[in-house]
Structures are given as structure tokens and as C-alpha cells.
Ligand binder design. Structure first.
Ligand code: GN1
Ligand code: MG
Length: 364
């Protein structure tokens, strides 16, 4: 089946024009498809859901529809456009389900492409960074009151850092590709971070911080922007919307947006936290959510930055040791470069800890 055939299985009108594959995203395969209807351009995002990662695509899509419906109600209440501020999944013609299964058993979905919008893979402009923070904060706010028990757990233990360490230590022990010898110093560093990086999960387990609905993948390229006004629009990539700690969303966003370099940059001397970027994101994000946060929860935000950075380093290194089975890689050693980068970033977070905490004090 071609992408054109896939599109025709969904309830989208008009005539197919073209398709380009988008290379961002480490998990799903994503295509930008152009249609024309009544002389007007209609663009769509078509995605093949990675079944190895998302083992129950039907439940995943049911959950995404619940989340987008809920957000849509609140977007209306805020007087914003539902076509621009929330994703919409199209239904298949055959059974009115928000996915289509092809002849190989692969699951496909189609979202509306938000007209005249762009995403940023990297941002240096502090105003845009603040707006990314606002967008994720607003998303969180639009989900306030959502019943977490209705959510499908798309990836169990996704941000359960202790569980990530268990998988890591197992990979090290089994050493299926004989790569452990090469990464002994990285393993030692990650084990050194373990106790501190497992604290957030402990706080969740004992109820010291509340379980919220979180996005869990708050990279800046998961926010769409209006191409003309540069205002933040909908939050994208809802595959990992699950119950979690607010520190996950804050931490994951910072580790990506406030890194002085991109997350797979191999020049480790260049890796570090840009405090101005940290400040801009914190201002935007906390401006939207700080009134909802509990006192102790507020104290875990910077710990969230450290935790998410270490956790991703653990995941990248685990995947490297296991033979690059999970993340898409573009060259041999890609996962190792990513892991080294995140380790260097975590070290810099520790070094700048007091400065970062001081920044947070301004906004909480
Ligand atoms: C994956 O595919 P993408 O870029 O949305 C991963 C995130 C990582 C990220 C690192 C489902 O996200 O957890 O932070 O790569 N998503 C999943 O770039 O594992
Ligand atoms: Mg993602």
C-alpha cells in the first residue's frame, strides 16, 4: 500500500497531491501529505505507529481521542481556535475508528496539519523558548481535572527511573553485543547518579508528590507555532500522555531546549545548560502552572531536570549495549554519542544546581 492508499482509507476529502517523509522523531514514521479540495490546500500528517514501542495502538488511539476531546473543550472555553490549538485525528472510512490497519498489520493514523504552522528542532530565541514553556503549561492546564484512570498506559514504566536502571543493569550483565568493555566509564558515571535520579519515583510512590496527567515528551519540536505571528499553537505527539510527575515535563523540556547543543552532539566540551534558556522556559511554563503546584512539588523541578537527563542517558546507553534496537539511529555509535551528551549535561546540571534553583525561586 502506498501513502496515497492509506490516506484514501480515511475520511478526508479532496484530491491527493504529494507526500514527503519527515525525519524528526525517533520512533514513528511520519509523512506530510498534501491534498487539494475545492481549490484549497488541505494538508495532513500521516503516521505509521511503531508497534514494537506502542504494543496496543487501538488503546493508544482511544486514549489520544479522549485527551484531544478534553483539551478541545478547554480550548473553546479559553476562546481559542480548535483548528489551531488542539490536534484532530481523522476516522477511517470503513469502521469510523481513529486508525487504519494495512495488509501487513501496521497501524496508521492521520492528523490535521495545522495550516501555516512550523515546529522548531532547536531554538536560540529566548522569546520562543518562553512560548514553548507557555504551550506545555497551557496543555497541562487544559488537562486539569482529567480522570487519569481513563488513560491507556502506552508504555508502562516510561519514566520510572528505577525500572530504567533495572533494564540497564540487565543489559550490562548480558552484554549481547560485547560492547560493555567500551563503555565502562559511562556505566560507572550512570551508577553514580542512580540514587539521586531515583528520588522522583520514590516521592511518587509514597505520595509526597501528586500524580498528574503529563505529556512526557516535552521536546520543543512537539509544539507548533504560527508561521506569521510566532505564537505557540497546539502541543503535538500525544503518544506518551500518561499519569506522571510535573517534574518529568519540566525536566524533559529543559534537558532538550536549554542544552547549549543538540542532544546527539558528540563535542562534549560544548554540552551544558544555558541558564538564560532555562530561565526563559521556566518563566513561560511556571507562569501557566505554578498556581496548581504543591509546595514540595515545586522543590522537585530541578531534580526533574537531572532525573530526565540521567534517565535518557541510561536509555540511550542501554540501547547501545543491546545493539540499537529501540531508537532509530543514523550511524553506528549514534546512541553512544547521545548517551555521552546526556551524561555531560547531567554533570553540568549538578555543577550549576544553586544557580538553577535560584532561577526557579523567581517563578514559584
Ligand atoms: C523519543 O520519537 P521522539 O523524538 O518523539 C522518545 C523520548 C525521548 C526522545 C529522545 C516513545 O521521542 O522518550 O526523550 O526520543 N520517545 C519514546 O530524542 O520513547
Ligand atoms: Mg515522541
Amino acid at each position: 500500500m502506498t501513502i496515497h492508499d492509506i490516506c484514501e482509507s480515511f475520511d478526508i476529502g479532496g484530491r491527493y497531491v504529494s507526500c514527503t517523509e519527515l525525519s524528526t522523531g525517533n520512533i514513528n514514521s511520519t509523512y506530510h501529505v498534501k491534498y487539494v479540495r475545492d481549490g484549497e490546500n488541505k494538508d495532513y500528517i500521516v503516521q505509521k505507529i511503531n508497534k514494537n514501542v506502542f504494543t496496543n495502538p487501538e488503546e493508544l488511539m482511544r486514549s489520544i481521542v479522549l485527551v484531544t476531546d478534553y483539551v478541545r473543550q478547554n480550548v473553546i472555553k479559553k476562546g481559542l481556535s480548535t483548528k489551531r490549538f488542539v490536534l484532530r485525528a481523522f476516522l477511517a472510512k470503513k469502521d469510523r475508528k481513529p486508525f487504519f490497519i494495512d495488509e501487513n498489520g501496521d497501524y496508521w493514523r492521520v492528523y490535521r496539519y495545522i495550516k501555516n504552522s512550523i515546529t522548531y528542532d532547536t531554538v536560540d530565541d529566548l522569546t520562543i523558548i518562553q512560548r514553548v514553556g507557555e504551550a506545555f503549561g497551557r496543555f497541562q492546564d487544559c488537562l486539569e481535572g482529567f480522570d487519569t484512570s481513563k488513560l491507556h498506559i502506552s508504555i508502562p514504566d516510561f519514566h520510572n527511573t528505577p525500572a530504567r536502571y533495572v533494564a540497564f543493569e540487565k543489559a550490562v550483565k548480558e552484554d549481547v553485543c560485547g560492547r560493555v568493555k567500551k563503555v565502562e566509564s559511562q556505566i560507572e558515571k550512570l551508577l553514580g547518579f542512580k540514587q539521586k535520579a531515583c528520588l522522583i519515583q520514590e516521592y511518587l510512590d509514597c505520595g509526597k508528590i501528586p500524580m498528574r496527567v503529563t505529556h512526557n515528551d516535552t521536546k520543543c519540536n512537539n509544539v507548533s507555532f504560527d508561521m506569521d505571528t510566532n505564537q505557540p499553537l497546539a502541543v503535538l505527539d500525544l503518544d506518551t500522555v500518561m499519569p506522571g510527575a510535573i517534574a518529568y515535563d519540566f525536566g524533559d523540556a529543559i534537558r532538550f531546549i536549554a542544552n547549549t547543543v543538540i542532544e546527539d552532539c558528540p563535542n562534549l566540551d560544548d554540552v551544558g545548560i544555558d541558564v538564560d534558556k532555562y530561565n526563559a522556559f521556566a518563566k513561560g511554563f511556571l507562569g501557566q502552572v505554578s498556581q496548581n503546584l504543591q509546595e514540595f512539588e515545586k522543590k522537585t523541578l530541578n531534580l526533574g531536570v537531572f532525573t530526565m537527563t540521567v534517565e535518557l542517558a541510561v536509555r540511550f546507553l542501554t540501547d547501545y549495549i543491546n545493539g540499537d534496537k529501540y531508537f532509530k539511529t543514523r550511524y553506528p555509535g549514534h546512541n553512544l554519542d547521545r548517551a555521552n551528551n546526556q551524561i555531560a549535561l547531567a554533570q553540568d546540571v549538578l555543577k550549576k544546581w544553586d544557580v538553577l534553583e535560584e532561577i526557579l525561586q523567581k517563578y514559584i
